[in-house]
Design a protein around this ligand. Sequence first.
Ligand code: MOS
Length: 743
Amino acid sequence: MSPAIGGTLNRVDGRAKVRGDARYSAEVAVTGLVHAVLVNATVASGRITAIDTAEAERADGVLAVLTHRNLSRVASVPKLLPSLAGLAAPGQTFFPMQDEAIHYSGQPIAIVIADTVERADHAGTLIRVEYATTPSTTLLDQARDQAYVPERIFGGLLPGQASRGDVAKALAEAQVCVDATYRFAPNHHNPIEPSASTAVWEDVDRLTIYDSTQGPNATQFTVAALLGLPPISIRVVSHAVGGSFGSKAMIWHHPALAALAARQVGRPVRLALTREQMFTSCGHREEQEQRITIGAGTDGRITALRHHKLSLTSRFDDWAEPSLQSPAVAYTSPHYEGIYHLVRGNTITPTFMRAPGEATGMFALECAMDELAERIGIDPLELRLRNYSETDPESGHPWSSSGLKECYQRASELFGWRDRDSRPRREGQWLIGSGMASALYPVTQPVNPQRARARLYNDGTAVVEAGVSEFGTGVFTAMTQVAADALGLPVERVRFVGGSSDLPNVTAAVGSTGTSAVGSAVHLAATQLRDELIRRAVADAHSPLHGADPGTVVVRDGRMVLRDHPDVGEAYADMMARTLTPDAEVLGTWTPPPQDAGYGVHTFGAQMAEVAVDADLGVVRVRRMVGVFAPGRVLNRKTAHSQLMGGMLWGLGQALLEATRMDPRSGRWANASLGDYLVAVNADAPDVVVDTIEVHDEVVNPLGMKGVGEIGVVGAAAAIANAVHHATGRRQYELPITLEKLL
Ligand code: MOS
């Protein structure tokens, strides 16, 4: 029996999804179901002065129309980010329909509940609203002068600024200086499945919510705090989630609104967001700009790095995607300063999106590095190698594991970087160029213990459970493999069950922590169950293993055997049948190491890209991408490969396509549809080569996993932008790189 970990097990949820059998949150069959539709504010700032719902209430099929006048008040509003770990401490942030104030366009102002979604939708159009509007801020340029440095960002988890050494002095003394500002259009996640919640009150204090979420426990705790109920009153189920990319990480307003509506009409309520509502209901990547100043010697050695980010947040949260963490440690730099600046605007609070923070932060750094290489006349890869840091430059601690140099090496071979002509090439009207970038992403440890339960039945099959949801990452598949290896069972005899808050608590899967956090708990639970069964066998006078040292017993294919005499032993099933044991169960708890445990913990990689730019039309075609990453233990080569490739293609989208455009006159997104918001499709996808470098990491968690969810995105856009510069001689300071910027 070969180990399942490191293999290529097909997605255990694949069959149900391909056949259309998977049930998403808006598809669950519920008796007596009625439908809720949100009505959204059409102005960005001000207040409601009048709202007339009489006609809507009289419309066919309508059960109720709820507004700030008659919706129940919420008990408390938990801080967005800590709620992901079940910490429902009240703080900043906002819940709609509590008063007449309007903070952003798209803010929910009414809920219509009717027997069909079409009738609810129609009745919503009959509501008459009058507003007193006030001037709004929806673009950075409207309020740069009001920027402030927040005390803390990211739900209070990170400081608003950090520094080491004396960056001003070091920059003043630097022989070479690169100073560049990069602008990023807002981006929206656009998962295929829009968010939806189906709320069913089984009793006055028993609520089930079927929710498309990255964390069923996070939804449970957040809704509990909002409704003023204990967590025991709320069960959250996520059977299947159709993609997320960060949009279903925070617990937004709709699950609680569905629950409140269901309680008020006394019927189960389904609230499914429309595609357009997804642009104003689930956060987005904020409009931002980042200024990078690098001071270096003429040999390319970096002496100082200054990194400032300016971004647009909501009226009620100090939110910035943390873009400064990876750039701060990517290279040796004795002097460093990183500062977040925020402008308050009329928007929902922005949120995580695809390699949150570092997708933009590393773009800025890696483009500036390319400029530095050009300035001092050395190869961009050579510049990275000269500044490679053997230790975490911030703490001075060793890396828990790196592999970065090996990634550069392998990417270089796969791409043919050394044969690259430093001058651009021309093929007819196509200008050909190549570029590279480093990829770094922090390894974030969950703040709370992660739990999983393993249960073995007396027929030798096992169920392993944790409250994680499957939103397309392949986590259920990887967990099946982890459990199978730890129990010594073939994968066919293991079933992983997730997607419910009734299961052992794990943090919402964000920031590439999902598989490693849950995997560590699953590994511990399954290992402890195996050890427990071995202990029982060696203590049982009727077992062939009686009296053996448990340390010498291994399990293969469900049989506990002596390692050195594999013919001596018995199957789990035989021992359980003999001892009249129907099943055996263990709850495993993994306590993550503290974030500062004496190591720098990051994931590393290298990206290279070749582009062709049409000299007349400015069209950019990415021809080849190579990404090599060192994500620690790879649980499933197939799903990891596809996560990493998906990340690289999202990087391509970030570079060339993705932008949500704000119309500042109305304060509304101008392209809130999948027809107008461009994402990369197959026709955009070039020849993509993905490879991994094996690094062994004993610090991060028991299996040495660092995660593959984000690292594939990081650096991809910078490699493309650097390739565009190589091809055209024009630096790109704004994403996406649309063709008018190249004409
Ligand atoms: Mo991920 S973008 O941190 O949910």
